[in-house]
Design a protein around this ligand. Structure first.
Ligand code: SF4
Length: 472
């Protein structure tokens, strides 16, 4: 509000509106896990966008590595006017517990929720956590409008892009210009650590928002509320951020957008701008699709020191790739892996077991033979150094994905067996699935040990995995 506080014989003191953005508190024992590898870029982007527009607001960020006690203590000290927590569906229970503890402090504040789960299911959040407002979809402009209303002491019930107990205010159009930087100044990079990296100081970066594809198993459609599905930052703006991070001591950047090579020409330009910076000792990782890589781009990636690319290979079977809407064929994967090897770029391959999809109203799914083909392909790639690291997941319908609806329709929804959550596929026994999962996990674990991925920080997880395999 910039609240005016007047005291006797004193000039009015302008008190800033205090706004806390928060991740669920995963605690320090979560160090080394994906949730604490990086600060929440969604939150940092909102603050980065809002700060210059709202000088009357003081922003705080409660980071994911805090324990729940530390998180609550910070709220007690800050006494915010607005508290906004961001979370995904698998983290909703922790978020609800946190919200309940925040509320029990009895402070007078507006409580908001944003991120993937409040976007997919705002009614669940309103019912379970009784927040004042859910921010749906991209948060920058919606947050600014919301805070402007609070500053002006106006009701916040009709802000486009929000849902509250009374009203759904519809979807806000996406930002056209995404050429701005997240609020990196709020971050101490010493607090973050990424499992696979060459350099100690590392950061995530988002050169692109969105993904033009629609794979059945992926939760990315959660954000496809509005078009365009893909927006790219200008190569110069990306290079500006790389330069800033370098100045902050960062020596490795993971270009974390879903797909970096969505447009080869743009991708070459981005690499060109980064190359011009001539930053000594800098390294990169990025996510690539297997169907959009040519020799020129592979060479350019190498020239800016991209040493590792992450590729969603998913399956070694064209029938499956087509069914899940991956829009690639297996030959694309082989060609891309060979091209990357030629340019001395390592690959982190992500594979899936027992995928399912719908064709002409009929349920289809991966056969045990097809799963065996994928396993065999992974073994071959590891032995020929076409893939450096692998990771498996057994397909599980994620809320927000097309597969989630398919699983509901055919009554094969997620259930918990000793291998974790998976679908109940007709004529495929649990024993059969367990056998394949076991093979995949052993391959992953042995490869991880061989490649030195089982470090001190990941030892606990590796040991838990080994026990799980032994108990299968
Ligand atoms: S799996 Fe990758 S390519 Fe497919 S929709 Fe998700 S982000 Fe896009």
């Amino acid at each position: 509000m910039a609240v005016s506080v007047e005291k006797e014989n004193m000039a009015p003191i302008e008190k800033k509106l205090k706004v806390v953005f928060a991740d669920p508190p995963f605690g320090r024992e979560s160090k080394g896990e994906a949730v604490t590898e990086s600060p929440n870029l969604g939150i940092l982007y909102i603050i980065g966008y809002a700060k210059p527009r709202l000088p009357e607001v003081e922003f705080y960020y409660l980071e994911p590595f805090l324990s729940i006690e530390e998180h609550i203590e910070r709220i007690r000290q800050i006494k915010p006017d607005v508290y906004a927590i961001s979370f995904t569906t698998p983290r909703k229970e922790l978020a609800y517990e946190t919200l309940s503890k925040v509320k029990s402090l009895g402070l007078k504040m507006v409580i908001a929720a944003g991120g993937a789960h409040p976007t997919i299911d705002p009614q669940d959040v309103l019912k379970a956590a009784k927040v004042d407002v859910c921010i749906v979809g991209e948060g920058e402009e919606t947050t600014c409008e919301l805070l402007n209303k609070i500053l002006a002491n106006q009701p916040i019930t009709d802000v486009v892009g929000t849902v509250n107990a009374q009203k759904n205010n519809g979807i806000r159009p996406l930002l056209k210009d995404i050429d701005f930087l997240p609020a990196w100044e709020m971050i101490d990079f010493e607090n973050y650590d990424i499992a696979v990296s060459k350099k100690k100081r590392m950061a995530y970066m988002l050169p692109i928002r969105g993904c033009p594809n629609y794979c059945t198993f992926c939760s990315n459609p959660v954000w496809k509320l509005e078009k365009p599905w893909i927006r790219m930052r200008s190569p110069k703006n990306i290079a500006e951020e790389v330069n800033y991070l370098y100045g902050r001591g960062i020596r490795e950047i993971y270009l974390r957008s879903d797909t970096f090579n969505v447009d080869i020409k743009w991708c070459l330009e981005v690499c060109g701008e980064i190359e011009k910076l001539n930053l000594k000792g800098m390294a990169f990782q990025c996510n690539l699709r297997a169907d959009k890589l040519n020799d020129e781009l592979a060479q350019k990636l190498r020239s800016i020191s991209v040493w590792l690319v992450h590729i969603g290979i998913e399956s070694a079977n064209d029938r499956v790739l087509k069914g899940i809407g991956k829009n690639i064929v297996h030959a694309d994967t082989i060609r891309t892996l060979e091209l990357l090897k030629k340019h001395n770029i390592k690959v982190y391959g992500f594979l899936m077991l027992y995928n399912a999809w719908e064709t002409n109203g009929k349920l289809e799914y991966e056969t045990p033979q097809e799963v065996s083909n994928t396993l065999e392909f992974a073994r071959k790639c590891l032995s020929e150094n076409l893939i450096e690291y692998i990771s498996w997941s057994i397909t599980n319908p994620i809320i927000g994905s097309k597969l989630h609806d398919i699983a509901k329709k055919f009554d094969i929804a997620s259930y918990n067996v000793k291998i974790g959550n998976c679908m109940r596929l007709p004529n495929i026994s649990e024993e059969q699935m367990v056998e394949h999962v076991k093979q995949g996990m052993i391959l992953q674990l042995l490869n991880g040990i061989q490649k030195g991925m089982i470090t001190k920080k990941s030892y606990k997880r590796a040991a838990q995995k080994a026990v799980k395999i032994l108990n299968m």
